[in-house]
Design a protein around this ligand. Structure first.
Ligand code: IDP
Ligand code: MG
Length: 136
């Protein structure tokens, strides 16, 4: 069964700042993802708070929202068979120290907070996150 899915990817401020946008997009394309939509934006802290609402009670929530709104980001809709899981695998573990060789976070992540990329964690959340950034 073909299960073509879409997922939301974000190239986070630490990676955009280091001019890694082109390299990271190449990794997605080389792994069979099609970039259906993309835009480079900087969001307000209030928008980051809404995007990461699921983490509201975590001790790192405030820093996380400050960080995501601290500089330009690139948000993308990626499409591939089983895109949500495939993207999570390609990104690697949340903490770059724990990420497998060959993953984006292993290659580019600086720390658990500056881990270079975001990816939706389920098909349902992918829909919500794609709407969040691309509903016009
Ligand atoms: P994910 O990005 O791998 O899905 P989540 O648990 O959803 O990881 O956390 C969202 C983001 O919050 C992470 O990507 C990371 O930037 C940040 N984060 C997660 N856990 C910690 C922590 O323990 N300290 C600081 N930042 C964290
Ligand atoms: Mg997550």
């Amino acid at each position: 069964m073909s299960n073509i899915e879409q997922t939301l990817s974000i190239i986070k401020p630490d990676a955009v700042e280091r001019n890694l946008e082109g390299e990271i997009k190449e990794i997605f394309k080389n792994n069979g993802f099609e970039i259906l939509k993309e835009k480079k934006i900087q969001i307000e802290k209030s928008e980051a708070e809404n995007f990461y609402r699921v983490h509201e009670t975590k001790p790192f929530y405030n820093d996380l929202c400050d960080y995501l709104s601290s500089g330009p980001i690139v948000v993308m809709v990626l499409e591939k068979k089983n895109a949500v899981k495939a993207n999570r695998e390609l990104m690697g573990a949340t903490n770059p120290k724990d990420a497998e060789n060959g993953t984006i976070r292993k290659k580019y992540g600086i720390s658990i907070d500056k881990n270079s990329v975001h990816g939706s964690d389920s098909a349902d959340n992918a829909k919500i996150e794609i709407d969040f950034f691309f509903k016009d």
